[in-house]
Each structure stands twice: as structure tokens, then as C-alpha cells.
Write a protein that binds this ligand. Structure first.
Ligand code: GDP
Ligand code: MG
Length: 214
């Protein structure tokens, strides 16, 4: 949002920066395209570097502008620049429900981002390509449940192709971020989560688990 614009002009109360991470071809770009354009492409171009998209949503009567950052999936092998995470409020970790390999890599994505991203960032797990589950063998439900429990993540099974759960996943993370920010900083909602690090409530949450995922 341009600095000279205010809430009255734009209707936007909060800008939320959200990042998608996950292996190549799990459908990160397709998920964003489905959400922002309502479209799906079988032959979508590979993401090169990092791109971002914007979509304004209405959440409980509040205008939220989501700034959604897409990544290529190659970043796991080379640390993402810390500056990239600056101001990042939410992270969606994506795997392909028909790819054991992409699911197996989820943990290393989490470990990777735990080193670089702010610990207060809201994270969710998305298993994409649910429309292919009847056609191909899919990742075991119990394994997904174990991982989400261990890493304290909310899980959404989506299909960028049919649109299943895409809006729900984005609205969920948007609401989580909104609540987190308004909880910490009721007077200034446009503040980075980084400034909320010292909250006693969140420190307790962090103490709940000593697993690598927290
Ligand atoms: P990214 O590398 O993670 O950004 O993945 P893409 O969005 O480029 O998608 C990789 C391939 O998977 C493309 O051919 C997409 O059309 C396909 N794809 C993405 N999401 C889905 C989905 O939900 N269902 C199906 N059947 N194919 C998908
Ligand atoms: Mg992509």
C-alpha cells in the first residue's frame, strides 16, 4: 500500500505478508493463482526466484490486504536471505499429497525456516493436489497427523485444480495473523510480528515443546 494512502481511501486495515514454501511442483504457484485469480493452469511456468501477488479480502468486516510471496522451491538447498523473511507474518508450507518425497521434506523446510524466520510467524501445513488422491497413492493420513501434532501446525488439504479448501486456508492464516497482531499491539495493527517477541503468552507457547519443529 502506498504511504500516502490511508485506511479511509483503501479500505485496507492491515497488510499481511505471507510466504509459501515447499518443494518444486507441489503447486505453490497454482495455489496462489487459484486464490488471487480464481484460475488453474495445467502447464504453469516454473517460478524463478521470488514473486509476490496481492489480494484484498474481507475478514469479519475488516479489509485485509494479503501480500503473498511465491518461491521456487530451490531455496531449501541455499539459505533464503534473512531480509526476505523481514516483516513476514505467515508461512504456508506446501507438499503434494501424492508425493511421499515432498512430504518427507516438510520437516527440513520447517527446520530451515526456524533458523531464519521470526519464531512468532504463523505457520500452517497444506497438502495440495487432493483431487489426485483417487488416482495415485497418497501420503498416509496418520503420518500427516503425527507431523502436524509434533510441529503444532494446522493442516489443510487443498486442490488448486478444483479450488477445494484454498480460500479456507488463506482466510485461516489471515485471521490467525490478525488475531495475533491485534492481541499484541491493539493500538498499531500494522506492526511487524518481530516487535511482539517478548510477549509472555507466546513464550509459554514456545516452551510447550522442545521438538525441532518449535
Ligand atoms: P510449484 O513449483 O510448487 O509452484 O508448483 P506449480 O504451481 O508450478 O504446479 C506444478 C504442476 O502441478 C503444474 O503442472 C500444475 O498444473 C500442477 N498442479 C498444481 N496444483 C495442482 C492440483 O491441486 N491438482 C492437480 N491435479 N495438479 C496440480
Ligand atoms: Mg512455482
Amino acid at each position: 500500500m502506498k504511504s500516502h494512502q490511508n485506511k479511509a481511501e483503501t479500505g485496507v486495515e492491515l497488510v499481511e505478508k505471507v510466504l509459501l514454501l515447499g518443494d518444486i511442483s507441489v503447486g505453490k504457484t497454482s495455489i496462489i493463482t487459484r486464490f488471487t485469480e480464481g484460475a488453474f493452469y495445467e502447464n504453469i511456468a516454473n517460478t524463478i526466484g521470488v514473486e509476490y501477488h496481492r489480494k484484498t479480502i474481507n475478514l469479519k468486516g475488516k479489509g485485509i490486504e494479503m501480500e503473498i510471496w511465491d518461491t521456487s522451491g530451490q531455496e531449501r538447498y541455499q539459505s533464503i536471505a534473512k531480509s526476505f523473511y523481514r516483516g513476514c507474518m505467515g508461512i504456508i508450507i506446501v507438499f503434494d499429497v501424492t508425493s511421499e518425497k515432498s512430504f518427507g521434506n516438510v520437516k527440513s523446510w520447517i527446520e530451515h525456516l526456524n533458523c531464519d524466520a521470526d519464531s512468532e510467524v504463523v505457520k500452517i501445513l497444506v497438502g495440495n493436489k487432493s483431487d489426485l488422491k483417487d488416482e495415485f497413492s497418497s501420503v498416509d493420513k496418520t503420518e500427516i497427523a503425527e507431523l502436524t501434532k509434533e510441529c503444532n501446525l494446522v493442516y489443510f488439504e487443498t486442490s488448486a485444480k478444483t479450488g477445494e479448501n484454498i480460500k479456507d486456508a488463506f482466510e485461516f492464516i489471515a485471521l490467525q495473523i490478525y488475531e495475533k497482531l491485534t492481541d499484541f499491539e491493539p493500538r498499531d495493527r500494522r506492526v511487524s510480528l518481530a516487535s511482539s517477541k517478548k510477549s509472555p503468552k507466546k513464550r509459554e507457547e514456545g516452551e510447550k515443546s522442545d521438538s525441532c519443529c518449535n
